[in-house]
Design a binder for this molecule. Structure first.
Ligand code: GRG
Length: 295
């Protein structure tokens, strides 16, 4: 099948996000401004690209995937706003720009996150391309709701907070990340799978295994990147000191072993895709990007 060039897909995702967001000049102007600031301010768009790439793997039309791709990015934006708040990570910068509670204020940041979460489900439930197939709509809504709730992303955030300053083992770290970041990444692949009524259990399981492995690889790479960026900033040759007050893969395994682990997860993700021919190349490209990314 013809594969859209990444730039076409990126433009498609930006246009879908722009369509979904309330116009800046509509009331309440400040809230809508904050929502747009959080969503339209850049980002790799990894999650919507995963939705579209899984759809391409299954031979689905991109139109069928715009709503879940948009919805998952709105959830991601909400999670970043809330994660940056003083009560959580208390970060002043995100993507090189002031975080939402700095650019606006804390109350607006909380409310913008809340409103983005609602908007995500509005987009999913209101998807006209699935209007004649309520089972698909329901399945995707359930997938996303489970992934971002207390047994998914929000639960993972609580595990993360509870682990602060404590020594945790690799199994506990894995569990934390499978919830905090892995659940939403898995939902990207699952929502595309939910869109294909003809998908058999073997290929669904294969996609699930792929998503689980790249979800963890994403986090391991993120931990390694934190050290590599410190190395550049501090000008050390052997890598910055690995902080041990926070559970990370480099802290637990060592930097080189963490790099190797990310590659092993990448290879396991590709092995899961063996049941698919070249249709899965967009997913293979995303897996490679995850372990090679430098930001
Ligand atoms: C507070 C509701 C709530 C949830 C917080 C997922 C999460 C839970 C917080 C995200 C914060 C965070 C820094 C998680 C680590 C994973 C990570 C690197 C997220 C950033 O995702 P990218 O790299 O971001 O895809 P861009 O900017 O490219 O969109």
């Amino acid at each position: 099948m013809a594969i859209d060039a990444p730039t076409d897909l990126s433009a498609r995702i930006e246009a879908a996000l722009e369509r979904a967001l309330p116009p800046a000049e509509t009331e309440p102007v400040t809230l809508h401004g904050a929502m747009r600031y959080a969503v339209l301010g850049g980002g790799k768009r990894m999650r919507p690209r995963l939705v579209h790439a899984t759809g391409q793997t299954l031979g689905l039309a991109l139109e069928q995937l715009d709503a879940p791709a948009t919805a998952v990015e709105l959830i991601h934006a909400y999670s970043l706003i809330h994660d940056d708040l003083p009560a959580m990570d208390d970060d002043a910068l995100r993507r090189g720009q002031p975080t939402v509670h700095i650019a606006y204020d804390e109350a607006i940041a909380i409310l913008a996150g809340d409103a983005l979460q609602s908007l995500a489900f509005e987009v999913l439930a209101g998807d006209e391309s699935a209007a004649a197939q309520p089972a698909i709509c329901n399945a995707r809504t359930l997938t996303l709701a489970k992934a971002c709730g207390s047994r998914g992303m929000v639960g993972g955030q609580v595990l993360d907070m509870a682990s602060e300053g404590k020594a945790i083992d690799q199994a506990a770290l894995e569990r934390l990340h499978q919830h905090k970041t892995g659940a939403l990444l898995r939902a990207c692949v699952r929502m595309a799978a939910d869109t294909d009524p003809l998908l058999d259990a073997d290929r669904r399981d294969a996609l699930d295994r792929f998503a689980e492995n790249i979800g963890l690889a994403f986090q391991v790479r993120d931990d390694v990147l934190d050290i590599e960026s410190d190395t550049q900033t501090l000008g050390k040759t052997q890598g910055a000191d690995i902080a041990h007050d926070k559970a990370t893969y480099p802290a637990l395994l060592g930097l080189d072993a963490a790099r190797d682990y990310a590659m092993r997860l990448h290879d396991d993700a590709l092995a899961a895709l063996a049941v698919f021919a070249s249709d899965a190349d967009p997913l293979r490209a995303i897996a490679a990007e995850i372990v090679k990314r430098d930001h």
